[in-house]
Design a protein around this ligand. Structure first.
Ligand code: FPP
Length: 266
């Protein structure tokens, strides 16, 4: 498939008159190259708390809205041919938040898991959970197992929810499992290379992350996909996650397509 025009973004054009400066909006046409759609997009869904605070709402309202917009964005990415959308829902560091907020997030995730079958119906999508789910409640663990099982036939796109996920924790867990396999003689230490190590990660079988999106003005990786994002392009935006729209995703992908990815080459 060739290029197609699917939208436009406003951009500020600066001009001078005397000692004044003027900004005016100019429409810039975006043409997404359908042959260069990122296979794997990772999103750090940041800014929910600030979004809620500005509206005089509890932080949990920001998380709720942040979860609600996922459905439309999945459809948008799925339509473009994105293979994996990984969303950072709860990090290994988030346990230090107030218990009330943790409970609200877990309830939200649980509710989402219960609805996954219905939400994914007719979309050819599969759900995957990455992260250490061992400390989660039995109720949530059972809902994860069910949601992954019923969506397993989905072939077109994977929604990968990073839950109690930390890149360092994932690497340590992988190293522990690999060390055990070496000790038991299942793997020779001399045979361990990047591919073997990656097969012990939560994301085994998924393509490397091509594009990482972080809204809300922060410019940190925050322990997200440390291994998988080795050659990812980053895209930041000031808007808070609950306000994130298809047009923002489109712009992020467009800017990703303008980058020259050399993977260490010239
Ligand atoms: C960071 O923003 C966001 C989180 C720690 C949680 C993100 C979780 C969701 C959007 C819900 C996910 C649910 C499903 C079903 C996938 P923040 O609240 O720390 O933002 P702040 O920096 O403005 O306080």
């Amino acid at each position: 498939m060739g290029n197609r025009t699917i939208g436009s973004i406003p951009c500020a054009v600066l001009s001078r008159g005397g000692n004044r400066m003027f900004f005016k909006k100019k429409a810039q046409t975006i043409q997404l190259d359908m042959d260069r759609i990122p296979q794997h997009i990772g999103v750090i869904m940041d800014g929910n708390g600030r979004w809620a605070k500005r509206r005089g709402l509890p932080r949990s309202a920001g998380h709720k809205r942040g979860a609600d917009i996922l459905e439309g964005l999945c459809d948008y990415c799925n339509g473009l041919g994105v293979k994996v959308l990984t969303v950072y829902a709860f990090s290994t560091e988030n346990w230090v938040r107030p218990q009330k907020e943790i409970d609200a997030l877990m309830d939200l995730l649980y509710g989402y898991l219960l609805q996954v079958e219905e939400k994914f119906r007719g979309r050819d999508m599969k759900l995957k959970i990455s992260g250490d789910i061992s400390p989660l409640s039995d109720k949530i663990k059972a809902a994860i197992a069910h949601a992954e099982e019923v969506t397993a036939p989905g072939k077109r796109m994977i929604l990968n929810i990073a839950l109690n996920y930390g890149g360092r924790d994932e690497i340590v867990r992988a190293a522990r499992k690999l060390a055990k396999d070496c000790k038991e003689g299942k793997v020779s230490p001399d045979a361990v290379d990047e591919a073997v190590f990656a097969s012990y990660l939560d994301t085994y079988g998924l393509p490397e992350v091509d594009l990482i999106i972080r809204p809300s003005g922060e410019k940190r990786l925050s322990n997200f996909m440390l291994w998988q994002a080795a050659y990812a392009e980053f895209w930041y935006s000031d808007i808070c996650w609950p306000d994130f729209k298809d047009a923002d995703m489109e712009r992020a992908i467009y800017e990703y397509q303008q980058r020259d990815r050399r993977f260490g080459g010239v």
